[in-house]
Design a protein around this ligand. Structure first.
Ligand SMILES: Cc1ncc(COP(=O)(O)O)c(C=O)c1O
Length: 467
């Protein structure tokens, strides 16, 4: 007689309940190897269930090797199936709360830098593009693809960067990646060989510092000021693997690297045999003049160019790209394959369609006007509340600005006080490699806030600071 309790009110099917009950009895040793199980008819009668339920549960046990069937003489518990530890106590997984520090309370005016206006995502046009992607032959769009990504998307990106960013490029130099974040990891992997020294702008986003360190790079910080990398500080006496720069819009301080600094930087990498990584993350939105052509256009053989759709469309698409010097293309595709085979194909096809049919450029134009307006509202609110006590750093580009407040130190206590009043701003110091220089600067992202939220947030900032 086998006792299994079945709960007819449970959402777990009876077959599963019976299987679980018998399996537990076999593992615990209650049903010992060699013991004979009742016939399915007998057991069904005993439990008051249909015979099919018992037959299916028995089959599951048999197919996993818990039982053996001897023709004509019944079903027996198989040898070697006792393992009481597996059922000694009900195994419940308890997980301590894992905090990565990026939670934000609902209702907080979150001046997070780098998030585009998510409500303005061009949903209707995008859905049409996605539909077009799924109308591709299934073998082509739903099977395994190539690590470098879809030809259609690489061609569309190539046309875009050649015409808009002055990049020298052939579609075969492009590898589609899961955003800039993956692109930087791949570039580090390609460029960090015997040379391990890496020059980073200081400050630079914490993520990039972590990726470089994670790939075994040894970081040498070089100051970034209001105009980007201070080229006079580039170290002599080392042979860096690469210099990583955000020349269109230094992150986080906002400077745009002038041509004289660009040339000095290129002369430095030429002299030291280093490569350059150009992260062109939000150059599409320049409000105080035409965007400068890419650094890559000046030295295509030395520059790894990285672009992303995280700022222009949505970070949730996780789509960016590397444009590699020809000598690195093969290895770059190999590394992408190693990471995750390739980016998801339907999104690549949809994006290619969206760019090729003109939707992307139209969207950029509309968003540029929108962000210019938001930035103006933010600048006016800062001027109205803080007057000469605040200075905006860098060029008017992108989705955030960096502001220096004379006489204010953004301590954790001040930031916590702001959070209590439901406003979150971001200290530039959090991105510093050498600490202590940027305590009076905060980053104020405006991309994903309404004009009313921006005005209200700055009003609260002023109230808290002046308390
Ligand atoms: C300097 C910089 N580059 C690129 C990105 C974009 O990263 P991803 O393309 O992986 O979303 C960010 C994110 O905010 C950034 O700060």
């Amino acid at each position: 007689m086998i006792h299994v309790t079945l709960d007819r009110t449970s959402a777990i099917p009876l077959i599963r309940q019976l299987y679980d009950g018998m399996r537990a009895q076999i593992l615990s040793g209650v049903l010992r190897p060699g013991s004979r199980l009742p016939s399915s008819r007998e057991m069904a009668g005993q439990l008051g269930v249909s015979r099919n339920v018992v037959v299916e549960a028995f089959e599951m046990l048999y197919s996993e090797g818990f039982t053996t069937a001897r023709h004509g003489s019944g079903t027996f518990v198989a040898p070697g199936t006792t393992f009481p530890a597996a059922v000694a106590e009900k195994k419940r997984i308890t997980l301590a709360k894992v905090s990565m520090g990026y939670e934000s309370q609902a209702g907080v005016i979150n001046f997070k830098p780098g998030t585009p206006d998510l409500r303005e995502f061009p949903l209707r046009a995008w859905l049409q593009a996605v539909k077009a992607a799924y109308l591709h032959p299934a073998d082509d769009s739903l099977g395994y693809g190539q690590p470098e990504g879809r030809r259609e998307l690489r061609q569309a990106i190539c046309d875009y960067v050649v015409s808009q960013r002055g990049v020298a490029c052939d579609p075969d130099q492009i590898v589609i990646t899961a955003g800039t974040t993956q692109a930087i990891g791949i570039a580090c992997h390609l460029l960090l060989g015997e040379r391990r020294d890496v020059i980073l702008e200081d400050p630079i986003t914490r993520d990039i510092q972590l990726i470089v360190k994670g790939e075994g790079g040894v970081i040498h910080p070089v100051t970034a000021d209001d105009s980007g990398l201070v080229v006079e500080e580039l170290p002599s006496g080392i042979s860096p693997a690469f210099v990583y720069v955000t020349p269109s819009h230094q992150f986080p301080l906002g400077g745009t690297l002038a041509i004289q600094r660009r040339i000095a930087l290129l002369e430095y990498v030429e002299r030291t045999g280093a490569c350059l990584i150009e992260d062109d993350y939000d150059s599409e939105f320049r409000f105080d003049g035409p965007a400068l052509a890419s650094l890559q256009s000046l030295a295509p053989d030395r520059v790894v160019y990285i672009g992303t759709f995280s700022k222009t469309l949505s970070p949730a698409l996780r789509t960016g790209y590397l444009i590699l010097p020809p000598a690195l293309v093969g290895e770059g595709r190999g590394r992408k394959w190693h990471c995750d085979l390739h980016n998801e194909t339907p999104t690549q096809l949809a994006l290619a369609h969206f760019i090729a049919t003109g939707g992307y450029l139209r969207h950029l134009g509309r968003m540029k006007r929108l962000y210019a307006r938001k930035r103006r509202v933010l600048e006016q609110a800062l001027a109205a509340h803080f007057g000469a006590a605040v200075r905006i750093i860098g060029s008017a580009t992108g989705l955030h600005l960096a502001a220096r407040f004379s006489g204010i130190v953004f301590t954790p206590e001040l930031l916590a006080e702001l959070e209590k009043k439901r406003v979150r701003v971001y200290p530039a110091e959090a991105h510093a490699i050498k600490p202590g220089r940027l305590d009076d600067i905060i980053l104020i992202g405006y991309g994903n806030l309404s004009e009313a939220q921006i005005e209200q947030g700055i009003r609260i900032l002023h109230r808290v600071i002046n308390r």
